[in-house]
Design a protein around this ligand. Structure first.
Ligand code: NAD
Length: 320
């Protein structure tokens, strides 16, 4: 069965739907025949990301901050809670907003799901594992997070959001599940959002040095957004509570990533080593056993193909 089968005629609310991942989710849901309400305060997202859906029957954009109670007048079948600053540059700029979105925002999104007895999926993150002492990370690992470090506003907001989601499911029987997304990349990322893939692509296309932090030996496992969205929809269609890791197990050092992007863009840029941020995780790689077994989900797009598609998107914008 197609992962999008079963969404036809259903009403999905996507908080953070004007962001990078959320906008791809809205697109996939509309394509699957769902009615979609995208709720976003545009704090890090943009209406451009959903401009292709504007005017499509079944798509509504609601400009609202989910830290305040918000109204969706029609009955809702599915709440996908993706609102949250996600890049370090954003959450360091918006620390209190990030904590409030993870706490008050999650409470309000859960209240909407409870109102209509709908399925709820929380977008959590591999950052709940912090700087991990177990590698790769499976869902039973509790993590190694500095609760007062600069990244804690994001990591702890998501850990609290997970705890709230589990408590809500236990207390009220809400059909709630949690996905832990590992680094996801693709079209519609912002060139200045501080994450490695868009930063390196922007720099390579501009002929500027690619700024690799530390010695570049720290690793990330990069998932292409289409794979991540397919996994999220599989989770939404299930009654699994999770948490379930979604990502790609192909681990790459940041130095290798920079070199790959220079090659794929044909850029003459050099690499410049800069300071590594505090508490930056040394390694990151998901154990995907649970997602494979319970969701029959597997990433399909390798880094070469995913980066080529992402570069093509950035290049089109760069040229324009
Ligand atoms: P993004 O910044 O592109 O999107 C987040 C969206 O949420 C933006 O459109 C923003 O305007 C909106 N938002 C933020 N606070 C809000 C609020 N209080 N009310 C309403 N809207 C609000 O980030 P993204 O990469 O698309 O991440 C989306 C979700 O996925 C986040 O919850 C993030 O934690 C999670 N996630 C993403 C990744 C990744 O690699 N992209 C990895 C792990 C988890």
């Amino acid at each position: 069965m197609s992962p999008t089968a079963g969404f036809t005629g259903r009403h999905a609310v996507v908080t953070g739907g004007a962001g990078f991942v959320g906008s791809h989710l809205c697109t996939a849901l509309v394509a699957a025949g769902a009615t979609v309400t995208c709720v976003d305060d545009l704090s890090t997202g943009t209406v451009e990301n959903v401009a292709h859906l504007a005017g499509r029957s079944g798509f509504t954009f609601l400009n609202a901050d989910v830290t305040e109670p918000f109204e969706v007048d029609r009955p809702v079948d599915l709440v996908l809670h993706f609102a949250s600053p996600a890049s370090p540059a954003d959450y360091l700029r918006l620390p209190l907003h990030t904590l409030e979105t993870g706490s008050l925002g999650t409470r309000n999104a859960l209240a909407l799901a409870r109102r209509d007895g709908s399925r709820f999926v929380l977008a959590s993150t591999s950052e709940v594992y912090g700087d991990p002492q177990q590698h790769p990370q499976n869902e039973r690992y509790w993590g190694n997070v500095n609760p007062v470090g600069p990244r804690s506003v994001y990591d702890e907001a998501k850990r609290f959001a997970e705890a709230l989601t589990v408590a809500e499911a236990n207390a009220h029987g809400t059909d709630a599940g949690i996905v832990r997304l590992f680094n996801t990349y693709g079209p519609r990322m912002r060139g200045y959002d501080g994450r490695a893939v868009p930063t390196f692509i922007r720099q390579a296309l501009a002929g500027e040095p690619l700024t690799v932090t530390g010695d570049g030996q720290q690793t990330r496992s990069l998932a292409y957004v289409d794979d991540t969205v397919r996994g999220i929809l599989a989770m939404a269609a299930s009654d699994l509570r999770g948490p379930v890791n979604l990502g790609n197990q192909a681990e790459i050092t940041m130095l290798e990533l920079a070199r790959t992007i220079i090659t794929l863009t044909g850029s003459s840029s050099e690499i410049r080593f800069v300071d590594r941020p505090t508490d930056d995780p040394a390694v990151r790689c998901p154990d995907l056993t649970l997602a494979r077994g319970k969701l029959q989900w597997e990433p399909r797009v390798d880094a070469g193909e995913g980066l080529a598609r992402t570069i093509a998107w950035f290049r089109a914008r760069h040229d324009a």
